[in-house]
Design a protein. Structure first.
Length: 95
């Protein structure tokens, strides 16, 4: 397993990083999920290549969003998505 040298979000050094799990569903490339103790981000390392990312989103994202948002979620059009999710935005902005 390859170890990250820094957090990709806040750039904290490797001594602030810990393995969340070395098991990534469907991965054969030695990836793991790490947590940053400085900013609390959880990230995949190593990340996907541009080609792997394209394939992942082409195969998975549409089905995921359809199931998560349903027809009323408006996820295929930005303006509809923003309008459909205003209550969630307001609720989350309190924190």
């Amino acid at each position: 397993m390859s170890l990250p040298t820094r957090c990709p979000l806040c750039a904290a050094a490797s001594d602030r990083l810990s393995v969340v799990t070395p098991h990534v569903y469907g991965d054969r490339g030695g990836r793991a999920f790490f947590r940053c103790g400085a900013c609390d981000a959880i990230f995949l390392h190593p990340g996907l290549s541009p080609e792997e990312e394209r394939k992942f989103y082409a195969a998975e994202f549409e089905g995921f969003m359809s199931g998560r948002s349903g027809d009323a979620g408006g996820w295929t059009q930005p303006e509809r998505h923003i309008a459909a999710n205003q209550t969630t935005v307001v609720r989350r902005m309190r924190y």
